[in-house]
Structures are given as structure tokens and as C-alpha cells.
Design a protein. Sequence first.
Length: 297
Amino acid sequence: MSGIPTRMVVHALVREDGTVAGGELYEVAGLLGMTDQQVRLCVKRLVAEGRFTVQGRGRRAVLRLAGAAGPEHGPGLPLVPEVEFVRHAYRQDRGLEPWDGLWHAFAFAVPESARASRDSLRDALTGLGAAPVQGGLYVTPNAIGPYVRAHAAELGLSEALSCLSTRDLTVGGTSDPRALAERLWPLPEIAARYAELRALAERPTGAEADTTADGEGNGAGDSEGDGVAAGLAHAVALAAAFSAAMLPDPLLPPELLPQPWPGATARAAASDAWARLEAAAPAPGPRLFRLYGEALA
């Protein structure tokens, strides 16, 4: 798993009242392999960006979400999958989103003069799980058309976008749906990220968790640390691993994936782990649990 961003730790520890306790932040960050200097610099940047205000210094400080970023109106955690897509993934795992056999294709031709808009549309397509087939042509088995058209409209590229759906897709002589999925998406890489998520989810939590900190923010907990802090550190690491696996996942229908698919088993393990962590968390705990609870509901 890639290193956990320090700012994600800060956001993950925001309580429902919009505050972060400095002592808790430094302790949890330390269990995740981060230095006090990393935390201080991150807090300084977040304050400079206007995202937080701070009272006090160091471990005695209290951070508070600033202005419109308050607990009722602010954004969720950075680098976290949208709730809608997380719920869709769990519905797929339960067999509630069967594939209708349609491939959805999107093509666009945008001049170099509008390069930034072209790149933004391309990033939106890949972010929604579409795979490039050739220059300016993307395909996916998921019905993402409304999202793509809305983004193109925001960019002023509606006239440059073509959309179509078909049951007859052949790419380089490959037409079998499962073979196409294997050809167009890096399934082994996606499966490997889910294997990491499952391993973390099945690891003992809280005071019993083994430390895996390697000095780069990759740890999940520390058996020598305080039980509450170790549990929170494990929760942050689980959230980061969940995001690392889910964000690049195109969420292909089960009909196109090898079975059993590691994504489904990892998500089930993550859901179980999240329930255990929430039950052991102090009250009031960070809003992290509510945000992920809503996504997994």
C-alpha cells in the first residue's frame, strides 16, 4: 500500500464537532510511522490554506475545521471514493447489479487549443472506470453516460462528445466479454491492491494490532501504543487502503471478472473490520466512522 498522506490522517480524526485533538493526532500519526515534524508541517499548510484554524501548539493544540468546511457542510475525507460508487460495489458483490450485456463507448475529438479541457474529460472517463481503446475512444460496461455528459457540458465540450451503446464490441480481434475485460483493464494490479486491503482488514485491531510502520506512513497500528490510539491508527490505515483499492477500480460487473474476485472478498473483510473498529472506538469518535458507515450501509 502507498504511504498514507498526513493530511488524510488529520481529516480522518475530525470529530463530529469539527475539532481534532492535537495529542490524539500526534499519537495516531506516530503509530502510522509519521514524525512530529511531518505533522507540524501538514497542520501549518492546512491552516495556511484556510481549511483549519488552530488554538494552542503541538500536542496541546486543538484544530477546528474552518468556515464552510465545518462538520455539517464541509467536504468528506480527501482521496475517498464517492459514497454512490462504494454502495454500487457492494451491490455488485451481492448480485444486485447484474450486467445487461451493453458496452458503453465514448469518443471525442478536441483541438490542441483546448488541451486542458480535453485532458479533464479524459481524466473523468478513466476516473469513472472507462478504458482507452484508441485515441479519443473509451469503453466501459457501466452506464456512466450521465456523468460523462454532465462533465463534458461543464467543460463546454458537449458538441465534441459522441456516445453509443452496443452488444457487439471487438477490440483487436477479441470479442469475448471476459477476454475483453482482461485485455482492457489491469485486473492483476487491481486484485493485488485488494489483497493488501484484505490482509489489513483481517489483521488484529486495537492494542493487539502488530505494527507494520516502515517510516513512510504505511503502518496499521502498534501493539505497544495506547489501545485507543492503536485502534484509530488501524481505522485510518484501513480507510487509506480501502481508498487505494477502490479509487482505481473500474467496478466491472462480476460477469466479466475471475471468480472468486478478490475485490468482493476484500470489501467484505473491510466491512467486518470497520464494524469491529467502530464498536471499540471512543465516544465521541471521529466522523470517519459515520462517513464510512454511510458508504457501507
